[in-house]
Each structure stands twice: as structure tokens, then as C-alpha cells.
Design a protein around this ligand. Sequence first.
Ligand code: DGY
Length: 329
Amino acid sequence: MSRPRIFVTRILPEKGMQRLQPLSEEYELEIWPDPLPPPPEALQTRAAGAQGLLCMLTDRIDAALMDGMGPSCKVISQMAVGFDNIDIAAASRRRIPVGNTPGVLTDTTADFAWALLMAAARRVVESDKFTRAGLWKSWGPVDFLGPDITGATLGIVGFGRIGQGVARRARGFDMRLLYHDVQRQEEAERNCPAEYVDLPTLLRESDFVSLHTALTPETYHLMNRERLGQMKPGAILINTARGPVVDPAALYQALKEGPLAYAALDVTEPEPIPPGDPLLTLDNIIVAPHIASASIQTRNKMAAMAVANLEAGLRGRRLPNCVNPHVYP
Ligand code: DGY
């Protein structure tokens, strides 16, 4: 009799591969071997009939894919905290638990938001390109000027775990901290003092705005032409959340004509950003390839958590981290 199947859509960091290995004794384990994600047709074919799917944020997991997996599907485990690529309602209707990896990437992502903030303010990437191009002829009194970080106002949009992590790091820079979320987070404020304000106030008063909202229908293009237009002249926008939270055409205009001085993105719409995208013609933007959680330790923890969710689902146990726990009785 053939063994039940597991499909894993990418080679995992070492700790994840180690945790997967014992499962291969009981299950037919298929791991997509390429560095790039399986194309949709390959994903559909490989996932068909599998009991378990371990996927990435680059895989579109929709109702059609779940139908292809059929009634044998016991678990979908995503190696990411965000899950906007998965149709959760469709999974819940089919009583498939979906796992994610919250918590372990909070600090690493907050660190990276700060790396982007500092690199944008102090024009690190731009000046490195200048040096490599052989343009550094002398120390210059007005070269590569940028705003001070110390003492500036930082506005955080989305005051969840990562937003609070970014706020905690701002203490070392004596910053004034503002935040906006769908509602005031009094518990979080006790651990991490910041002033709750409405979004227009945050945009008007912040020198730096860092985005930390999940992507939902409500946050799609949250930073549109109107909101970007409300930002303080010379402000810097950092996005380590999800690309579509920012309207790229409106961002281009705000960087070209103001009020923004700079943007630093770890995420884009679409992803990857095409090489010919107008944003990439601008000097006042940094674009990283969605690497905010990419520390060795964190990616290993995310992979191990994703395998733990996968294994629990296969064995009919409750997932340690489940985004749709209402599937359980
Ligand atoms: C996540 O886990 O959602 C991140 O975007 C991956 O870095």
C-alpha cells in the first residue's frame, strides 16, 4: 500500500530539514528542489492527494488547490507569520487547520525595519553606490545629507508584536513615539510607551513612518495618494509589512514630487518588483527582496515551527500555532 504524501514547496533551512527527516519513514516526502517556487500548475499537481502541505508565502493556496488536495488533506503549514496568500475561509470550510510561525521573527523583523530606517535616513545604499562608481573625490560639507534620527518622531502603523518591537528599539534614540492601530492597545502601551493617535495625525507629525499591519481588504493600499500626501514634508516611509499596503504608483509620485524624502521597502507590489518598475529609477528608495526575517537563527526557528505544525496536523493533533482554530470542535 502506498504511503500517505507530504509536499514541501521549498528546501527548508537546516533545522527544518532535520525535523522533516523522521517523517520520511512513514510518509512519502516530496520537497520541491528548485530555489524558485513551484509554478502554480506544478504546485497543483504535486499537492494533489497529499495529506500535508508545507508552503511558503510565495505559494497561492486557494480553494482550487484545496479541492485538488482532496479530502485526504489534514494540514496546511506555512513557514511565515503572514498568511494572506492562503484562502483561510476556504480552508476552514474544508476543516483544514492552517499553521503559521508567529513570535519567532518579531525581533529579527524589527531589527530589519531599523536597518532600513537608518540606511534610508543616512543614505547608506546610495552613498555605497557612489563610492563603487568611483565618484568619491573628496569629503563634502553638503554631500549625502539626511535627517537626524535621534530626537525625531517615529510613527508606527500597526502596533502588534513587530510594531512594538520597532518602538522598543526607538528608546535608544530618544524618539517621540506615535502609533495607530484599529484600536488603542493599552496593554502594549504599558510595556512600550507610545502615544495613540489617529492616522492623519500620525502621518502629519512623524518624521519616520514604519508600517506593520497585516494585509487585509481594509489595509490594501492603506498608503494611497491621499495618505501619502498627508505625510510630513521630508518624511521617510518604511515598509516591512506587505507590499500592497502601499499603492506603488502613489508612492512613486510622493517620492518624485514630495512630500516624501525617502522610502525603504522590504516588500513590494508585485513581488518580486520587475526590474523596469518606475520605483527602481529613483535614487531616494531602497528596495530589499523581502528579507526582514532572514537571520540564520530565525529562519531555522520558523522552519522548525512549520514542521511542528505539519506533524501535529498529520497526527490529528491540534497545531501548536493555528490561524483558524475554529476548525477544531
Ligand atoms: C512573514 O513571516 O510573514 C514574513 O513576511 C516572512 O519574512
